[in-house]
Design a protein. Structure first.
Lengths: 294, 324, 262
């Protein structure tokens, strides 16, 4: 079991090291996840970031002052709060974005954002639509964004630092017996994290196992009875959900709930595959393995 | 109706309940199920049987009975074999109530069902008032049209609410509207069972009046029935019965439509017999449909409304053919 | 028996009353027929009896009691009405259907007692539907269904029986059978009130005919008195002659070709 985990961590680190296009990204010629080509003549100076991951990344790259727009959800780091709020990151308000006169817009590459990308490009604004779903994505997108901002060296340092902190957690001794966890995402319908999702990867790095790692979808819907059947050692949930789970009679069917092993997860720490991934992994490691609450 | 058919129906209910308690994603042997029912054995198994499966089965029996009885009464009152419990504003009102509660962020465990019930009740009353304003007496055609109008309004309200809701709220609203027994808990179950029983008893009491009503307005009048009064009270009882089932399990279609037909096909000859037979058959059907919903696509749970529709549509087509 | 005294009935929103001051009596032991052209107010009278229309003025008495003083069940126990059409959406056993005739007598959970059983048996015998008791209502011919409906009406046990156009969908044999049945019922003591278009059959079987014209009584009396060419032609606004048929010994109405046609 620990051998399997070790090789999994190694695979992740490897993916981290080689993710992304083989050529060093430049300001023009890079193709983003929508298939659009980036064509900047000079590093971008006015950037709107419609993705919390990229907003944080820009500050980490030291170019936070060039940010002229963020989504309502981008609250990290604190300095981000000073940046103007242009609304949603999904199906964004294109008018509000254009109002900030950006020369580069960073989008999350989901189907619902294709229209916005087209509209922005038609208005003459350069866009970069990138997927930020998994651990490996950060190593892939950071060089692209860093190049577009003329901060390639800084970008490499950010990637190295995150990789190192993740590797540090991954290298910690694996527990003798597998530590299984069920991560509660949503009620009605009951949803959890699937095998390919970022949080599932994070759990594996931290040394635990997602009981629904066999589910292919990123956010599969499951029944309570199934959770009880898989008998996770820990149940992880956000603050409101944790309270509900402890109070709900149906959840008593899950042994972990019966025996008081419901952990309230600090969702501000463990959110997205961004620059604080290492911190998130360390947090999970501490909470699940090193010093679990009792 | 012949005695052996009654016995068959009761046996079907018992069998469905047993299968519903014994079946599920966790494979339990008969011995383990029996032990769990008695409170012995692996505490997880006991919790699954007592806390998850048993309440679901009971809720399924109650909801199935309520919907089938409601459908029986409405089909007779509206003199239309295609009538079903949600027809006169119930589904639209319940969904509007629930969606509004969800998008306003009222997510207490009992609040959504209560809001659904309140919405359904409001819609039912509005339909009655509209029908009364349009034509003095409770003409079934006017009731139907009023139901369509109120339903359309509720749909519009739901669309507005969903357009401004977050992704998660939309997901929850849709999940609720597709029907599920997943919310079954002993605490709320008590109330729903009480309510449905009251509705069933009322309808069974008025069953003879409904028989007469089903003959036609003039025939009913000539037999001494206060057509208006009886139509109104049966319609109210049947609709509120349906509203109670919606509060407990969301929208579950086709049960109220096809089970009365099954009861009649089995030989139920008057409204009282049809009510009781339909209640039994409806309960068994919903329990079996729920079992399918939670085991067919493990680990996911199919919406109950989808399963009943999949059962209902072929049955319906078969009925249409035999009508020719 | 049924007595209309100067009854005026108006439909909601209508300029003219549909029935203006009609007085007629349907007495026990005889067949009383109400005839007249379309729109003369015949069906309106039936609806007033059913309580579907209120009386603007006048009195409607059942066995001497004004209808306003009786609740619907009490009315149903005194008079049974067989309307023009009836099509049950859900088929019933004939036995069950006739049993519904006892509805005005019992409560929701009332059990059939001897009086009920006797009334049902009598109704079945009079209407001669004993052969179809176990068939369902959707498996009867037009004539059989009409007899079954009369059986249900008789089971109500009232002294009066009212029928609105009972022969509309029946062929000659069934028409005759129905009129003979009504005649027999009257002989048994029933008060039979019949609304019909079938002037010739009415002339043969009715004891008393009331001819309505635009909501008023144009003529009332025995068939010989009412069935007169001048009266009928004026009321029906169509050329006709009344002759006497030697084969049946009753007045026979023969409509002629309309003016302006050849």
């Amino acid at each position: 079991m620990s051998g399997r985990l070790r090789s999994l961590v190694a695979l992740l680190v490897f993916a981290f090291a080689c993710g992304g296009p083989s050529a060093t990204p430049s300001m023009s010629g890079t193709v983003d996840d929508f298939g659009d080509t980036l064509g900047l003549v000079a590093p971008a100076t006015r950037v709107v970031s419609l993705n919390p991951v990229t907003t944080e990344l820009l500050f980490a790259l030291g170019v936070g002052e060039r940010l002229v727009g963020r989504t309502s959800w981008d609250l990290f780091p604190d300095a981000a709060r000073a940046v103007p709020d242009v609304g949603n990151g999904m199906q964004p308000n294109v008018e509000a974005v254009l109002g900030q006169r950006p020369d580069l817009v960073l989008l999350y590459a989901s189907a619902s954002n294709r229209l916005a990308a087209r509209q922005l490009r038609a208005a003459g604004v350069m866009t970069l639509a990138l997927r930020t779903d998994q651990v490996a994505d950060l190593a892939r997108v950071t060089p692209i964004i860093a190049a577009a901002l003329g901060a390639a060296e800084r970008g490499r340092r950010v990637v190295d630092s995150v990789r190192a902190s993740l590797a540090a957690v991954g290298a910690m001794p694996r527990p003798a017996a597998p530590v299984t966890a069920f991560w509660h995402i949503w009620d009605a319908p009951l949803m959890t994290i699937g095998g390919g999702s970022y949080l599932s990867e994070l759990l594996e790095i931290a040394g635990a196992t997602n009981v629904f790692a066999d589910a292919a979808a990123p956010s599969p819907q499951v029944t309570l009875e199934e959770v009880a059947a898989r008998d996770p050692r820990w149940v992880l949930a956000g603050p409101l959900s944790a309270v509900r789970i402890r109070a709900h009679p149906g959840w008593q069917a899950v042994r972990a709930v019966r025996e008081g092993r419901v952990i309230t997860i600090d969702t501000t720490v463990v959110g997205r595959p961004g620059v604080r991934m290492g911190e998130a992994a360390r947090y999970l490691r501490r909470v699940l393995i090193d010093a679990p609450p009792r | 109706m012949r005695v052996h058919v009654w016995i068959l129906l009761v046996a079907a209910v018992v069998a469905a309940a047993l299968v519903g308690i014994g079946g599920g994603p966790v494979a339990l042997s008969l011995g383990e199920v029996w032990g769990a029912l008695l409170g012995e054995g692996d505490p997880t198994h006991v919790a699954i049987v007592h806390g998850l499966r048993l309440p679901r089965v009971v809720l399924g029996l109650v909801v199935g009975a309520g919907l089938a009885a409601s459908g029986t009464a409405l089909q007779a009152t509206l003199r239309n074999p295609l009538a079903e419990p949600y027809l006169l504003g119930v589904s639209g009102g319940a969904a509007a109530g629930a969606v509004l509660a969800l998008t306003l962020g009222l997510v207490g465990p009992a609040l959504v069902p209560l809001a659904a019930f309140a919405g359904a009740t409001a819609a039912v009353v509005v339909v009655l008032l509209v029908a009364r304003a349009v034509s003095g007496h409770a003409d079934p055609r006017v009731l139907l049209m009023a139901g369509v109008v109120v339903g359309a309004f509720c749909t519009a309200a739901i669309m507005v609410a969903l357009a401004t809701a977050s992704e998660n709220q939309v997901r929850t609203a849709l999940w609720w509207m597709m029907g599920s027994l997943g919310d079954a808990q002993w605490a709320s179950l008590r109330w729903i069972a009480l309510y449905v029983s009251a509705g069933l008893i009322l309808l069974a009491t008025w069953a003879r009046d409904v028989d007469v009503l089903a003959l036609g307005e003039e025939a009913a009048a000539s037999l001494g029935l206060e057509v208006e009064r009886v139509t109104r009270r049966v319609y109210l009882a049947a609709s509120l019965l349906a509203a109670a089932t919606v509060a407990g399990a969301g929208l579950i279609g086709f049960v109220g439509l096809i089970v009365p037909a099954i009861a009649r096909a089995l030989g139920a000859s008057n409204t009282r017999q049809t009510l009781i037979a339909a209640a039994l058959a409806g309960g068994a059907l919903v329990v079996v449909a729920d079992l399918a919903a939670r085991t067919v696509m493990r680990p996911a749970e199919l919406p109950l409304g989808a399963v009943t529709a999949l059962i209902g549509v072929p049955f319906f087509l078969w009925r249409l053919r035999s009508l020719r | 028996m049924i007595r209309f005294e100067d009854v005026v009935v108006r439909y909601r929103g209508a300029a003219e009353p549909a029935v203006q001051g009609v007085s007629l009596a349907a007495l026990a032991g005889r067949v009383t027929a109400v005839v007249g052209p379309n729109g003369s107010g015949k069906s309106t009278l039936v609806r007033a009896l059913l309580g579907r229309l209120p009386l603007a003025s006048g009195r409607l008495l059942l066995e001497g009691v004004p209808i306003g003083g009786l609740d619907r069940r009490a009315i149903a126990r005194r008079v049974a009405v067989v309307t023009q059409r009836e099509e049950p959406v859900f088929p019933l056993a004939v036995r069950e259907y006739i049993g519904l005739g006892r509805h005005p007598h019992g409560g929701p959970f009332a059990v059939r007692d001897d009086a009920d059983r006797a009334a049902i048996a009598r109704a079945v015998a009079l209407a001669d539907v004993g052969a179809f008791l176990d068939r369902t209502t959707d498996a009867l011919s037009g004539g059989e269904w009409q007899r079954v409906r009369i059986g249900r009406a008789l089971a109500q046990g009232g002294a009066a029986l009212v029928l609105d156009e009972p022969t509309t969908f029946l062929d000659i044999a069934h028409e005759m059978a129905l009129f003979e049945l009504l005649d027999a019922l009257a002989r048994e003591g029933q008060a039979v009130l019949l609304v019909s278009h079938q002037l010739n059959l009415v002339a043969r079987f009715a004891d008393h005919i009331v001819l309505l014209h635009r909501g008023r009584v144009a003529a009332a009396g025995s068939p010989a008195e009412v069935m007169r060419g001048d009266v009928l032609e004026r009321v029906y606004e169509w050329p006709l002659v009344v002759s006497r048929d030697p084969a049946v010994g009753a007045p026979v109405l023969v409509p002629l070709r309309g003016r302006g046609t050849r």
